[in-house]
Design a protein around this ligand. Sequence first.
Ligand SMILES: Nc1ncnc2c1ncn2[C@@H]1O[C@H](COP(=O)(O)OP(=O)(O)OP(=O)(O)O)[C@@H](O)[C@H]1O
Ligand SMILES: [Mg+2]
Length: 245
Amino acid sequence: MDSNVNHASAVTVNQQLFKQGAEARLFTGSFFGRKTIVKERFSKKYRHPELDERLTKERMRAELKGLMRCKNIGIWTPAVYFVGSKSNTVHMELLENVDTVNIYIGKLLMGCVDGSCDVQCTNKLKQLAEEVGITVGKMHLAGIIHGDLTTSNILIDTTNVENESTKPKLALIDFGLSHVDNSAEDKGVDLYVLERALTSTFSNIPWFFDIVLTSYRGTYTSGGEEVFKKLEEIRLRGRKRTMIG
Ligand SMILES: Nc1ncnc2c1ncn2[C@@H]1O[C@H](COP(=O)(O)OP(=O)(O)OP(=O)(O)O)[C@@H](O)[C@H]1O
Ligand SMILES: [Mg+2]
C-alpha cells in the first residue's frame, strides 16, 4: 500500500489487515515510533469514478473534522498524525486496551447468569450508560452530528474498568459521515441509530438506553427535550416503514 511518504521508516504500514469495513480497510502501523491505525478508504467499483473520488474525499474530510472537533471539546478521540491524500489514508493514534462498547456489554452480560445481571454487572452497565449519554450530549451541544453512532463506534478504555469508583472512559471514532448541524432532526437520528444498535443486540437490557437518554438530557439541557420529540417522530416513521415492509 502506498502511504504517500518518502521517509519510509518513520511512517510505516503493516501489510496485514487489521479490520475490513464497508468503505475502509484498517491496518496497523507506526508514525515516528508511535503505534497507529491506518484507515484507507478504497474505491467502490460500482460508483462512477468521479463521484467515487468525491465521496471518498468528503468522507475523509468529515472524518478529520469530526475527530478534531470532538477532541477540541474534550471528548476522547484518536489523535491524527498524518493524512495520505493520494492513498486516501488517515494515520491515527492506535488506542490501546480498548473494547468497542458492543463487545464490552457482551462480555459483561456473558458473566451474568440466565441473561439477568447481578448487582456488579448492573452497576457497571448503569455507569456505562450514563457516560454514553454524557458523551453524546456534549457532542450534540457543540452541534456535532456523528452520522453513524453505533456501539462499534464508541470505544471504552478497559485498563481500570474493574475499579467501581472510576467512571468509564469513552472514545468516539469513525466520523466519516459526521457534520455540523444544530437541527434537532439529525441529533434525533444519531440517538435513533444508537437505540437500534443497542436494542437489536441487547434486548434483555431495555433500561440501558433509558439511562443514556436521562444523562443526555442532563448534559444537553438547552436542546435535549426538542431532540427527544424528534426521536419519537423518527421511531414512529421507523415503525411505519417496518409495517409497510
Ligand atoms: N484509533 C483506533 N484505535 C483502536 N481501534 C480502532 C481505532 N480506529 C478503529 N478501531 C477499531 O476498528 C474498528 C473499525 O474502525 P472504524 O469504525 O473507523 O471503521 P469502519 O466502521 O470500517 O469504517 P466505515 O464505517 O467508515 O466504513 C472499530 O470498531 C475499532 O474496533
Ligand atoms: Mg465503524
